[in-house]
Design a binder for this molecule. Structure first.
Ligand code: DGL
Length: 272
């Protein structure tokens, strides 16, 4: 009797299309794995909501995602990762991976001076999740955090290289980097899944403000590596990608397509 290789399926959840940056990295690393992504577009942004509300949303959204059997749930939303991981781990028997620890590990690896900057939503920054995760890895590291919530709307607008985005980055970063402590950063964590699309512009703006290079890190690659270790050797077949959104499917396809080639996959509208 021929034994077919076991299919693997990973669920990936975000508040919107930003998590497609994580989906893209996971798909690139594990093209044979089935992926099921949900963007809670009806309730974005999560970053301005209370921790209790984000936890409730994360539980509802993930329940929909894992209606089919999955091997793991990736919380590809820094905001949800900063305040909903314990509740999600209590709820499910399979591994639940957040993006804070992989981002913190990448930052500690990249930094030579131990001065690490973190950009994120209001909720992620208020949670203190990144400084806590970095302190666990390097007790001497100094973390300088800044909430940059407007960047989420600019990313959702597809304005990755737009004068309004450049002006917004300058308005956030110039006063922050005027502080002698923050000025020392040699590594910056993009602590929101929407932010990696701004890497080229961030490099430019940081170069102008600091007159030197700053390493930019995010969680997409590290989480893909963690999943690769978890799932073992590659199988032959091409994985299937299912995309779910809680609102505005056409917009999801249009804007999401800037983050990941959504066009290849059908997007299903779901009600939580
Ligand atoms: N994707 C979310 C994150 O990584 C940010 C967007 C939001 O505020 O919902 O934090």
């Amino acid at each position: 009797m021929v034994t077919l290789p076991q299919r693997r399926r990973i669920a990936v959840f975000d508040s919107g299309v930003g998590g497609l940056t994580v989906l893209g990295a996971v798909h690139a690393a594990l093209p044979w794995v089935d992926l099921r992504f949900l963007g809670d577009t009806a309730r974005l942004p999560y970053g301005t909501k209370s921790a209790a509300t984000v936890e409730r949303y994360a539980l509802q959204a993930s329940k929909k995602l894992v209606e089919v059997p999955v091997d793991a749930l990736v919380v590809a939303c820094n905001t949800a990762s900063s305040c909903a991981i314990p509740a999600l781990r209590d709820a499910y028997p399979f591994p639940v991976l957040g993006v804070i620890d992989p981002g913190a590990e990448a930052a500690v690896r990249a930094s030579r001076t131990g001065h690490i900057g973190v950009l994120g939503t209001e909720r992620t920054i208020a949670s203190g999740a990144y400084p806590a995760a970095i302190a666990m890895l390097d007790g001497n590291a100094r973390v300088h955090s800044l909430a940059t919530p407007l960047l989420v709307s600019l990313a959702e607008e597809g304005w990755f290289d737009h004068p309004a985005t450049e002006a917004t980055l300058l308005a956030y970063l110039a006063p922050w980097l005027a502080d002698a402590g923050a000025r020392k950063i040699d590594t910056l964590v993009l602590g929101c899944t929407h932010y990696p699309v701004f890497k080229p512009m961030l490099k430019r703006v940081l170069g102008r403000l600091l007159d030197r290079d700053v390493a930019l890190v995010d969680s997409a690659e590290p989480i893909a590596q963690a999943l690769t270790r978890m799932l073992g050797p590659a199988q032959q077949a091409e994985g299937r990608i299912d995309l779910l959104a809680t609102d505005a499917v056409e917009r999801f396809v249009r804007v999401g397509g800037l983050f990941f080639p959504v066009g290849k996959a059908a997007v299903e509208l779901v009600d939580l």
